[in-house]
Design a protein around this ligand. Structure first.
Ligand code: ASP
Length: 353
């Protein structure tokens, strides 16, 4: 009996020493704890303007909501898989550029000569490197050309033919005019020209009879990735019946687009001239940095004080270095949405006030 007792003790000791050896052989022998959550998020807009529920059909509302969700999901997946904020912004914007619902890429508005001239820009909040193209035609995804300018030149902005030649050298995809053409945008041009007024692609500047609820659509995106880098981008066809050669705020760093890891990223939509005159996107960053305003307060100041005072209209989306998201606009509505690693997923169209 005693013998059996001692034998059992010896066997138990052996088993426990084998187990402890095994542990030491386990790679890194680190106590396995849950990795800290790395927050990431993105926010998008698809243009601001006279967007009233009463003027929308259920089908239109569904189509916009679906496309905005597809755009959000595209960027979110990239961030979730460890992709960069720049890549998320690019691919999210590509979804909207490829949709005729928005005034960017396919479905861009027409200028006074019946041509489509598109603008786009992107900014990397880590390095402040930026790229932009202005007044380009036939480039399927102008935001891709803006990224090329950022990455492959010493410059920030290329315009017109020079930008198109440059994009060709890098084998960017070009489409012919029929790809970009939509009857809806052509009708808007005809209507605007008949009235001999310059109108936003969605809102009359000074004649409410020009307001057409089918008009809207610049696109923008701001993202923060798992490395806490912020990027912002904007892409547009500009304004219906704009003068040949007119360039708006969207390709102007600091006006339509801005990103800085120290503060926030911002993308604008609206009557570009007012966003240029107020340097709207950069102003939001300044207010956060030097006045210690939170995003909401900073946006309110820029939209409802600075742009309002000049008589401008439009909206801004923004995302700060802590992943906080905000938007503001002084129009009837703005297509907008965000998705965060916390699980929040929001899409809104109309003014809630
Ligand atoms: N901001 C754009 C421009 O002025 C237009 C828009 O946002 O719809 O070109």
């Amino acid at each position: 009996m005693r013998k059996l007792f001692f034998k059992t003790i010896v066997v138990l000791l052996l088993i426990s020493s084998v187990n402890s050896c095994k542990k030491e052989l386990e790679p890194n022998n680190i106590t396995k704890s849950k990795p800290a959550e790395i927050p990431f998020a993105l926010v998008i807009h698809g243009g601001a303007g006279t967007i009233k529920k009463a003027n929308m059909t259920v089908e239109q509302e569904t189509a916009y909501t679906k496309k905005l969700q597809e755009a959000l999901d595209t960027g979110y997946r990239i961030l979730e898989n460890g992709g960069t904020a720049i890549e998320a912004v690019q691919k999210t914007i590509n979804v909207m550029e490829n949709s005729p619902l928005f005034n960017a890429g396919k479905g861009a508005v027409f200028n006074s000569l019946g041509k489509q001239e598109m603008d786009a820009s992107i900014m990397d909040g880590k390095t402040l490197n930026s790229g932009a193209v202005a007044g380009v035609s036939l480039i399927k995804n102008p935001i891709n050309a803006a990224i090329l300018v950022k990455d492959s030149t010493r410059h920030v902005m290329l315009s017109g033919k020079g930008a198109e030649e440059f994009a060709k050298q890098f084998n960017l995809v070009f489409e012919d005019e029929s790809y970009f053409y939509t009857e809806k945008r052509m009708n808007q041009l005809k209507k605007a020209q008949k009235k001999e007024k310059v109108v936003l692609d969605y809102t009359s500047l000074n004649n409410s009879s020009l307001i057409d609820n089918h008009k809207y659509g610049t696109v923008g995106c701001v993202a923060i990735d798992k490395d806490h880098n912020i990027a912002a981008g904007t892409s547009t066809g500009g304004m219906t019946n704009k003068k040949f050669g007119r360039i708006g705020d969207s390709p102007i760093i600091g006006a339509g687009t801005y990103a800085n890891n120290q503060t926030c990223g911002v993308s604008a939509t609206g009557t570009g001239e007012y966003f240029i005159r107020t340097l709207a996107a950069h102003q939001v960053s300044n207010l956060v940095q030097y006045k210690n305003l939170n995003l909401k307060e900073a946006l309110k100041q820029v939209v409802h004080v600075e742009i309002d005072t000049l008589g401008g209209d439009g909206g801004l989306i923004a995302l700060d270095k802590n992943g906080n998201i905000a938007w503001d606009f002084n129009t009837e509505g703005m297509y907008r949405g965000y998705k965060k690693s916390t699980g929040e997923n929001v899409i809104e169209i109309y003014n809630k006030n």
